[in-house]
Design a protein around this ligand. Structure first.
Ligand SMILES: Nc1ncnc2c1ncn2[C@@H]1O[C@H](COP(=O)(O)OP(=O)(O)O)[C@@H](O)[C@H]1O
Ligand SMILES: [Mg+2]
Length: 231
């Protein structure tokens, strides 16, 4: 379980996260939503260690994240699928997947069977270049890369961005499988409400660096949606 208490982050003088309290429960999907620029990606970067918050607390399964390096957080089970996917276009699909091992600083090198079981298209295309894949396939590749370390939590930053609707449905199925069948805690950062409704158990809405509402998905009301989310 991930818990943050009163997390504050600044970029220079700009106060970007303001007292963020968030919980991501085990084996479920929590969606962090909110408009562009409110601080969602910054929050993800603070949790994985790419940014260091100025104040607050962050715990994951009993670990104090402030005391762990980026690599140790990955080794502790936190996986990350960045916004925009950030795959390597000139590496093959298999080489891209193997880069996932570097995140923890471990030398483990055999790709777990479930990665290709979850994404059979990546097995078919394992010798093709990452850049030759469609947007949806690149998203699958980015998730596969994060799964090689067998994370117990996965942070997915806007995985449906720029992907065709039929492929979005496939990504939704994968996220449900990760959270409900593979018992991975998922922190989904997302703005598309139909997609969120398909996969999320809980929500938290961020606005100008603060969490302004949270609860179970069935508690999300239309006022929240019209006030804080894109129409
Ligand atoms: N590296 C950075 N340096 C300075 N400002 C940044 C940086 N990254 C993001 N910001 C600013 O912080 C705010 C939150 O950005 P971000 O976390 O990317 O929001 P979101 O993911 O919700 O769209 C925005 O105003 C953005 O311009
Ligand atoms: Mg973002």
């Amino acid at each position: 379980m991930l818990v943050t208490n009163q997390l504050d982050h600044y970029y220079g003088q700009s106060h970007c996260l303001r007292g963020v309290d968030l919980e991501v429960a085990k084996a479920s999907c929590t969606c962090l939503m909110g408009r562009n620029g409110v601080g969602k990606t910054t929050f993800a970067k603070c949790v994985i260690g790419l940014e260091t918050p100025k104040n607050g607390e962050m715990f994951y399964d009993g670990y104090d994240l402030f005391k762990l390096s980026v690599e140790k957080r990955a080794a502790a089970g936190i996986g990350y699928v960045p916004q925009g996917r950030q795959i390597f276009p000139l590496l093959t699909v298999e080489e891209n997947i193997r880069t996932g091992f570097f995140a923890s600083g471990h030398g483990r090198s055999s790709i777990p069977d479930e990665v290709y079981e979850l994404f059979p298209v990546l097995l078919e295309m394992k010798n093709r270049r990452g850049g030759d894949l469609s947007g949806g396939q690149q998203q699958q590749l980015a998730i596969a890369r994060a799964l090689v370390l067998k994370p117990t939590m996965l942070i997915l930053d806007e995985p449906a961005e720029g992907i065709q609707p039929n492929v979005v449905q496939e990504i939704a199925e994968v996220i449900k499988m990760l959270s409900h069948e593979m018992a991975i805690s998922v922190l989904l950062i997302e703005q598309k409400l139909p997609f969120i409704r398909k996969v999320a158990d809980c929500f938290a809405i961020m606005d100008r660096g603060s969490i302004v509402a949270n609860g179970r998905m069935d508690e999300l009301n239309e006022d929240h949606v019209s006030e804080y989310l894109v129409a």
